[in-house]
Each structure stands twice: as C-alpha cells, then as structure tokens.
Design a protein around this ligand. Structure first.
Ligand SMILES: [Zn+2]
Length: 74
C-alpha cells in the first residue's frame, strides 16, 4: 500500500455548502476550503500563498468523484 507522506493525519471535513468545507488542522486551527473556478482554495498559510496544501490534497482525494462532478458543471 502506498501512502502519501504529505498526509500527516486523517482530516475530517465538514461540508458547509456545495462548494465550501471546513476542517481542523493539526494545531487545532479551523480552515475553510472553497471550490473556486475549478480549483480548491484553502485559507491555511500554505493555501494563502497559493501552494498546494495537504487539506486541499486530502479533500480532493476524499471527494474526487463529487469534485469531478462539480468541475464538470463549470
Ligand atoms: Zn490548507
């Protein structure tokens, strides 16, 4: 089994609306992820610098089918 070393913990996501999720980071901070113009944006420090953060990576893995549906509708 290959595991992604970037994914440190099993994150839990709460869906707020069809394009918005919140998650709790390793430090207990709450971050919000939004699906905007065909990409995921996260408001954690990495996300704000337009880097790929592991929250977005993990959310994309978990909701790949759903997100693909969303992206296809754009
Ligand atoms: Zn993030």
């Amino acid at each position: 089994m290959a595991t992604n070393p970037k994914v440190k913990a099993d994150l839990k996501f709460t869906q707020i609306d069809p394009r918005t999720w919140s998650t709790v980071g390793t430090q207990g901070n709450v971050y919000t992820l939004s699906l905007l113009s065909s990409s995921l944006h996260c408001n954690c420090p990495a996300g704000r610098h337009r880097k790929n953060c592991y929250h977005a990576d993990r959310l994309a893995q978990l909701f790949k089918a759903e997100l693909n549906d969303c992206l296809a509708s754009f």
